[in-house]
Write a protein that binds this ligand. Structure first.
Ligand SMILES: CC(C)(COP(=O)(O)OP(=O)(O)OC[C@H]1O[C@@H](n2cnc3c(N)ncnc32)[C@H](O)[C@@H]1OP(=O)(O)O)[C@@H](O)C(=O)NCCC(=O)NCCS
Length: 150
């Protein structure tokens, strides 16, 4: 059984992500472009209290990232990405359990939402395993809005 841990996202992780935007296997899976990440990185410096981002470590090695982002429309939103070689081993599920515990018990959130493309079956499977429910389908954006309450 592998050991899954979260640690605070650091500047080295940030540059890892910038590089991933240039890798065509990952660029379409990421929620931002190279310049988008630069902008987001700078913005996050000013949003520290409402942006909780962690590196996922598997047996002490960097394996992806997971975050709770504050957004005034959706409140706290869960997002995750796992490097390809670590996928389908339960890593996103384990990492999510940890960040949900942090969100519900440390931040005292009442609900956490997630957004998936309608075509992203893997992500949907992870959310179902965690007990999220679909609360809305956004046909225009081709996405589902999910929610989990404490
Ligand atoms: C989504 C993602 C984070 C999942 O990470 P992971 O560590 O592989 O997830 P887990 O191993 O915990 O769970 C994956 C589940 O999806 C299932 N799965 C994999 N491919 C699937 C598919 N095509 N259709 C349905 N289920 C699928 C796996 O079997 C597993 O379920 P199981 O435990 O019941 O067998 C990873 O695929 C990823 O980084 N994708 C790109 C980024 C992304 O889409 N992020 C989410 C944006 S909302």
């Amino acid at each position: 059984m592998v050991k899954v841990e979260l640690r605070k996202f650091n500047i080295v992780d940030y540059f890892r992500f910038l590089l991933l935007t240039l890798n065509k296997d990952y660029s379409r899976e990421l929620d931002n472009t190279f310049f988008g990440y630069i902008f987001k990185g700078i913005k996050s410096l000013f949003l520290k209290k409402k942006y909780y981002k962690f590196a996922i470590l598997v047996d002490d090695k960097f394996a992806g990232s997971i975050a709770l982002y504050y957004n005034k429309d959706t409140n706290y939103e869960l997002g995750f990405i796992v490097l390809r070689k670590y996928r389908n081993k339960g890593i996103a599920t384990e990492a999510s359990k940890k960040i949900l515990d942090f969100g519900f018990n440390k931040l005292k959130l009442k609900k956490i939402i997630a957004i998936t493309d309608i075509s992203n079956k893997t992500s949907q499977r992870v959310l179902r395993k965690l007990g999220f429910k679909i609360i809305k389908e956004n046909k225009k954006e081709k996405e589902f809005i999910w929610e989990k309450r404490k």
